[in-house]
Every structure is written in C-alpha cells, then in structure tokens.
Design a protein around this ligand. Structure first.
Ligand SMILES: CC(C)(COP(=O)(O)OP(=O)(O)OC[C@H]1O[C@@H](n2cnc3c(N)ncnc32)[C@H](O)[C@@H]1OP(=O)(O)O)[C@@H](O)C(=O)NCCC(=O)NCCS
Length: 179
C-alpha cells in the first residue's frame, strides 16, 4: 500500500484512484498547450473523463501485478500532474522508467523535483536497482529535475519516441539505487 506523500503548496503525491478520471481529464484539458510539445499526439477523446475512466482500471491492474506505480499530483480538489513509475522489470534488471508532468500554474516551485525524489525512495523501497528517464534534447527543465535528483546522463537515443507527432531524439538518464 502506497501512502500519500505531502509535498508543498497543498500538493500531494499519491496513487491514482478510479474517481480521478474527471480531474485528470480536466488537468489535461487545462494544460493542453503546456504539454503538447512534450507528449504524444492526443486524440480528442483523450481529453474526456470517459477515456480516463476506462484507462485507470488498467493502470491499477498493472500496479497490482507490480509492473508500475501510477501516481497523481493532487490538491484537495484537483489533479495538477502525473508521475508514473512504469515498465518495472525484475530479475536481472530490477529497473523502472519514470515519467512526470505538472500543471503549468504549479511549475517552478520545486514540486516535480520533490515528487521525483519521493518516487526514488519508493523505488528503493521496492528493491529496484535502477530508475531511468528520457527527455527531449531541448527539455532543459526536465533535465535539471533529473540532475538535481542525482540522475546521470548516459546516452542519446535517436528517434526514440514519437512526441507531438514526430519521432524525436531523447537524452537518457539513469540513477542507481543500490550497489
Ligand atoms: C519539466 C517539468 C516537469 C518541471 O517541473 P517543475 O515542478 O517546474 O520542476 P522544479 O521546479 O522541481 O525544477 C525545475 C528546474 O528546472 C529549471 N528550469 C526551468 N526552466 C528551465 C529552462 N528553460 N532551462 C534550464 N533550466 C530550467 C528551474 O530553474 C529548476 O531548477 P533549479 O531548482 O535549479 O532552479 C514541468 O515544467 C512540466 O511538467 N513540463 C511539461 C511536461 C514535461 O516536460 N514533462 C517531462 C517530460 S520528460
């Protein structure tokens, strides 16, 4: 069971829950222009509560199987971001991938940095050896978040993800959580 973690400015990091669908749809709608350069192209349906009401149970199944930790950044009455530890692979890898975003009105307050550090503590508690994250080459704010949390740049992946409609190069970062 993952307990909510209070960050600051009334924002908590907590596991996603089934009744978050409307709040998540609102957050993506409010932040459509803010997120567009950094996200995959979205269908119109993605911005509806119905789309997320269908998606959240799948995320919770993935969490129950140990493959991911899907979280939100939330105030008392709204969703203001997402943090996902996904693609968790055990065995010889013991690794997960971290992704995140925050509402434009909440940027620049250290909230994602705090959420990333809290997520690393969770990953360490789960026994993971490594967490990775990738950013677009020009996403300097995201790279700064990773550097502040102790991630190291380890390579460039050409045309790694289809972001905003085109395959784009990414800078890859990792942090080792144990020897
Ligand atoms: C990138 C993002 C997650 C950062 O969240 P945030 O809560 O504002 O981050 P923090 O306040 O914890 O830290 C941001 C750091 O980046 C720095 N920064 C911000 N804009 C910058 C820029 N253009 N160039 C360089 N550094 C920048 C800030 O100064 C801060 O560093 P500091 O603490 O040393 O001053 C947020 O802007 C966001 O959601 N962007 C859109 C989606 C996105 O890019 N997601 C990540 C995809 S990999």
């Amino acid at each position: 069971m993952i307990e909510p973690i209070q960050l600051s400015d009334g924002v908590a990091l907590r596991l996603i829950q089934p009744d978050d669908a409307a709040g998540i749809a609102d957050a993506y709608t409010r932040n459509r222009a803010h997120l567009a350069p950094w996200d995959p192209a979205r269908s119109p349906g993605f911005f509806t509560a119905a789309w997320h009401a269908n998606e959240i149970p799948k995320l919770l199944v993935s969490h129950a199987t140990g493959a991911s930790v899907p979280m939100v950044l939330a105030t008392d009455d709204s969703i203001v971001g997402r943090v996902n530890l996904s693609n968790i692979v055990r065995g010889a890898f013991e690794s997960g991938s971290l992704g995140y975003w925050i509402d434009e009105r909440y940027t620049g307050r250290g909230l994602v940095s705090a959420a990333v550090i809290a997520s690393l503590a969770l990953a360490r508690g789960m026994g993971l050896h490594r967490v990775e994250a990738g950013t677009l080459v020009h996403n300097l704010a995201s790279q700064r978040v990773l550097e502040k949390a102790g991630f190291e740049y380890y390579g460039m992946a050409p045309k790694y993800l289809r972001i905003n409609g085109s395959w784009q190069d990414h800078r890859l970062f990792q942090i080792l959580l144990r020897d």
